[in-house]
Ligand binder design. Structure first.
Ligand code: 5AD
Ligand code: SF4
Length: 433
């Protein structure tokens, strides 16, 4: 009988894409996907290490699974991904009943590693500078949108961030392999491709940079929309801005992680830009792509952040006017450059600053979402809306969620024109135009 595997995914979009790769690898090795963990022979968690909170969630889940394993000792339990890489020693010590601990560059070997683990846990956390999994097709989820990995790892080493240590050095997938995947997805009816990478616009393979890759993806027939995540401000080259401005399929939405608006903090974070340089980039992007929507990531309470640094972040957020933002309290991560600096902002103060950035962002989102009332947008239909009977949902080019009434003949994968009737901070309620 075929072994059944259950895989849970935590963390970012890269992990979601990696889980599709893992499922592909295991399925080709003869595994089938279990309907629930209780029915699985192998249970795997693909984990995140970006903040302590992410790790705590997984530790909690491991507690549940340990009980499941007590009842059924033959079940194999494995921890994959960034936390496996980050905490391997502690994990093997604290959770000796784990059968497998495997980092992000070892997924090709998973069938072998699972076969090996008899009594001792199989541990493989070797990072591999050459591993791009370019030849392995993931099990893509069904739907109108698919995420295609363009590059892996990160060479930026921002002082707060564990990613370069757990995902390893930057490496790009050969363009031919990316375009082959995009063609296959288009042939299966996928309309929107999201190119993925930790610093996706740092993409480079021989003479092909990210601007060129965007143009190559846009040239694939059947693909209607191209997006990408996450870019780094320092890699927003003129070629990338040009491709966004001149390729109609590349959508007018840009996630541009700011982290802080204070030059002192940006320098301590080793982000590689100043507030002025960031604002200059925003101005160039807006000149080239006037209809663009911007989102960002903000960290509050980094080592040494004083009230006036924090105020500078709020000021910069007001100046830019983001359509949306992901906001985080600084979480000290070992291995990182900032680890030895320690935590200087109390938890209560971090929470106060977080509340303030979140309130500012809510107001900014609401204003920008409301400003679209009365305007018309093409929306790629994804399916039924989560709320609202008889409503369909999809995204505008600016990646705003739009909901609108069903109509006979309108189905997932179609692009329809809608007119915005009302708006909240997260949703545009529309009529068919
Ligand atoms: N603490 C808080 N937030 C962090 N991020 C990355 N590392 C940390 C950390 N140690 C945030 C950054 C990044 C996003 C993916 O997660 O804002 O852009
Ligand atoms: Fe982390 Fe900085 Fe790399 Fe982003 S660019 S993954 S924040 S080190």
């Amino acid at each position: 009988m075929q072994a059944r595997v259950w895989l849970e995914t935590y963390g970012c979009q890269m992990n979601v894409a990696d889980s599709q790769l893992i499922t592909g690898v295991l399925r080709r090795a003869g595994y089938v996907i279990a309907a629930k963990p209780e029915e699985a022979d192998v249970i795997l968690l693909n984990t995140c290490a970006i903040r302590e909170h992410a790790e705590e969630r997984v530790i909690g889940r491991l507690g549940d699974l340990a009980r499941l394993k007590q009842a059924r000792p033959e079940v194999k339990l494995g921890l994959l991904g960034c936390m496996a890489q980050h905490n391997r020693a502690a994990l093997v010590e604290k959770a000796p009943w784990l059968d497998l601990v495997a980092g992000p560059d070892t997924y090709r070997r998973l069938p072998e590693l699972l076969g090996d683990s008899g009594f001792d846990a199989a541990v493989d956390v070797r990072l591999n500078r050459a591993e791009t999994y370019a030849d392995l097709s993931p099990d893509y989820a069904s739907g109108v949108r698919a995420y295609v990995t363009a590059m892996r790892g990160c060479d930026k080493f921002c002082a707060f961030c564990v990613v370069p240590y757990v995902r390893g050095r930057e490496r790009s997938v050969p363009p031919a392999d990316i375009i082959r995947e995009v063609r296959e997805l288009a042939a299966r009816g996928v309309k929107e491709i999201v190119l993925l990478g930790q610093t996706v616009n740092a993409y480079r393979f021989a003479e092909v940079g990210f601007g060129e890759l965007l143009r190559m993806a846009a040239a694939v027939d059947g693909v209607e929309r191209i997006r990408f995540t996450s870019p780094h401000p320092s890699d927003m080259s003129p070629a990338v801005i040009d491709a966004m401005a001149s390729e109609p399929k590349v959508q007018p939405y840009l996630h541009l992680p700011l982290q802080s608006g204070s030059d002192r903090v940006l320098a301590a974070m080793e982000r590689g830009y100043t507030a002025t340089e960031y604002l200059d980039l925003v101005a160039r992007v807006r000149t080239a792509i006037p209809q663009i929507a911007l989102s960002t990531d903000i960290i509050v309470g980094f080592h040494g952040e004083e009230e006036d640094d924090f105020r500078a972040t709020l000021d910069l957020m007001r100046t830019v006017g983001y359509d949306s933002a992901f906001t985080f309290k600084y979480s000290v991560r070992d291995h990182t450059r900032a680890y030895r600096l320690g935590d200087t902002v109390s938890e209560a103060e971090k929470q106060r600053r977080l509340n303030e950035v979140m309130a500012l962002q809510e107001a900014s989102s609401l204003a920008l979402y409301r400003a679209t009332v009365g305007r018309e947008f093409p929306v790629l239909v994804e399916g039924p809306a989560r709320r609202g009977i008889g409503m369909l949902a999809g995204k505008t080019p600016q990646y705003k969620t739009a909901i609108f009434p069903e109509r006979a003949g309108v189905a997932a994968g179609d692009t329809v024109a809608v007119r915005v009737a009302s708006a909240t901070t997260h949703t545009l309620t529309c009529t068919l135009a």
